[in-house]
Ligand binder design. Structure first.
Ligand code: ATP
Ligand code: MG
Length: 234
């Protein structure tokens, strides 16, 4: 079973002498229910690819099929709808609202899509932060704030969880905890996690490793024995 089939995808930013080819004829299949890592150096096109998959932006050419539907053909409103219904995002910066408590931050996102508030509480429990529900972001550590942002992304139970270097700003120990939370969520909810990193060691926890270089696919590797996050060292 596949979620995304990406065909001949290119993204060119700018025009003429300011032109940047961020993605260059990328063809790729992303299976369902996997923890997929996109690995590549800075500037290789990872975020660009993730943004196209998450319907944040459109490619210059090519197709992204999601269960047979070509996402590149959607209108702006349909793209928003797709993001709302199917996608959870976690970024390197936590982007929490400072004047809302942890729970309110998570509820804020579920209310946007008219879901029950229990979803928010369950999500905070799932990331191990039930006892921090009333704390404000300024009262939480970086790792805890990132866990709130993960709770916010998973509260609506998205089929697809897109993570753009969520451990990038965290120390080693805290980063491992975040990986554990994400891996656990992927396994228990059977969703698809696409996780961006430039760290080869982190990539070892993936079921599938997609390597990008200069906007092109360098390799796609099926990993039959992914490491547990605890076993990762960097
Ligand atoms: N909005 C934009 N306008 C112009 N160029 C852009 C834009 N966004 C990205 N780029 C360029 O496209 C290329 C790919 O960028 P992208 O952000 O996808 O890389 P990345 O692999 O995510 O890098 P990093 O690991 O540093 O986040 C880079 O050369 C970048 O400078
Ligand atoms: Mg990036």
């Amino acid at each position: 079973m596949t979620t995304f089939q990406i065909r001949n995808l290119s993204k060119i930013y700018g025009t003429d002498n300011s032109k940047v080819v961020a993605l260059d004829d990328v063809t790729l299949t992303i299976p369902k229910n996997q923890f997929v890592v996109i690995l590549g150096e800075s500037g290789s096109g990872k975020s660009t690819l993730l943004n196209m998959i998450g319907c944040m932006d459109k490619p210059s050419t090519g197709k992204i099929l999601f269960e047979g539907q070509d996402l590149t053909k959607l209108s702006k409103a349909q793209m928003t709808e797709f993001r709302k219904n199917k996608i959870g995002f976690v970024f390197q910066s936590y982007n929490l609202l400072p004047d809302l408590s942890a729970l309110e931050n998570v509820k804020f996102s579920t209310e946007l899509i008219h879901q029950s508030p229990e979803g928010a509480e369950q999500a905070l429990s799932a990331v191990g932060l039930k006892d921090r529900a009333t704390h404000f972001p300024g009262e939480l550590s970086g790792g805890e704030q990132q866990r709130v942002s993960i709770a916010r992304a998973i509260a609506k139970k998205p089929e697809i969880l897109l993570c753009d270097e969520p451990t990038g700003a965290l120390d080693f120990e805290t980063g491992i905890k975040i990986l554990e939370v994400l891996k656990e969520i992927q396994v228990t909810t059977e969703n698809t996690v696409i996780f961006i990193t430039h760290n080869k060691e982190i990539a070892k926890i993936a079921d599938r490793i997609i390597r990008l270089r200069s906007g092109k696919i360098l390799s796609v590797e099926e990993n039959l024995s992914p490491l547990a996050p605890k076993e990762v060292e960097w």
